[in-house]
Design a protein around this ligand. Structure first.
Ligand SMILES: *[C@@H]1O[C@H](CO)[C@@H](O)[C@H](O)[C@H]1NC(C)=O
Ligand SMILES: *[C@@H]1O[C@H](CO)[C@@H](O)[C@H](O)[C@H]1NC(C)=O
Length: 205
């Protein structure tokens, strides 16, 4: 009994500690101080594994000097647009950034600089097909998000682009992998059949 109490108490203390040391950051509390642009046009369809995206990011200079004094790193991410989140809990937007699943794909991480930076990214081959936008987060020295910028408007309706999962050129590769999976399933069945037959014949002995 005493042991249980002690365990409970230490768990409580641990969870409080976790709460205070990694303070929750809410997306709605972040200032939109970065200007982020990306090459795809509204509605453009990009082929995963082939097409490239050029992303540019810079500080919006209408903010007062020193706004960015705490910025240490920039992480640029690919994010699901609302159309690709419908009925998919695992892509849900949550204001608490530690639980947010909007931006699951990293494009690039760089030390922060106020000037206009650019990065060319080849759309990863294994990305799910869907509608996306690009967002950049600025992080402080504690690796907590402090600001952001994105290619779309706050309601995520403009400058959205699509990624198509498999292009024709990769189809043969996928056929190969399907054949391999079919082969392994067949071998598994073969193995069970063999095992069963062995068991039967040893019973008969
Ligand atoms: C950064 O440079 C790119 C390419 O020259 C341009 O399209 C973009 O508007 C620039 N961004 C800012 C914030 O100046
Ligand atoms: C820069 O920030 C100001 C103030 O928030 C905003 O009105 C303006 O639209 C921003 N510029 C860009 C290009 O996002």
């Amino acid at each position: 009994m005493a042991g249980h109490g002690l365990l409970l108490a230490s768990l409580l203390i641990l969870s409080c500690f976790a709460e205070t040391s990694f303070g929750t950051v809410y997306f709605s509390s972040l200032q939109r101080t970065l200007i982020v642009t990306a090459s795809p046009k509204q509605g453009q369809v990009l082929k995963a594994g082939e097409d490239k995206i050029t992303v540019n990011w810079a500080l919006n200079t209408t903010f007062p000097a020193g706004t960015d004094s705490a910025y240490k790193t920039i992480k640029v991410k690919l994010c699901y647009a609302p159309a690709s989140q419908v009925e998919r809990g695992w892509r849900k937007t949550v204001d608490d950034l530690s639980k947010d699943k909007t931006c699951q794909f990293n494009i690039v991480a760089r030390p922060y600089s106020a000037s206009n930076k650019s990065f060319e990214w080849t759309v990863e081959r294994d990305l799910p097909l869907g509608t996306y936008f690009v967002r950049a987060y600025a992080y402080n020295s504690e690796d907590a998000a402090v600001a952001f910028g994105q290619t779309t408007d706050p309601h995520k309706t403009t400058n959205l682009f699509n990624i198509e999962a498999i292009s024709g050129r990769h189809l043969s590769l996928d056929v190969t992998s399907i054949c391999f999976s079919a082969f392994s399933v067949l071998s598994l069945f073969g193995f069970f059949w063999y095992e069963k037959r062995e068991a039967k014949s040893s019973q008969q002995k």
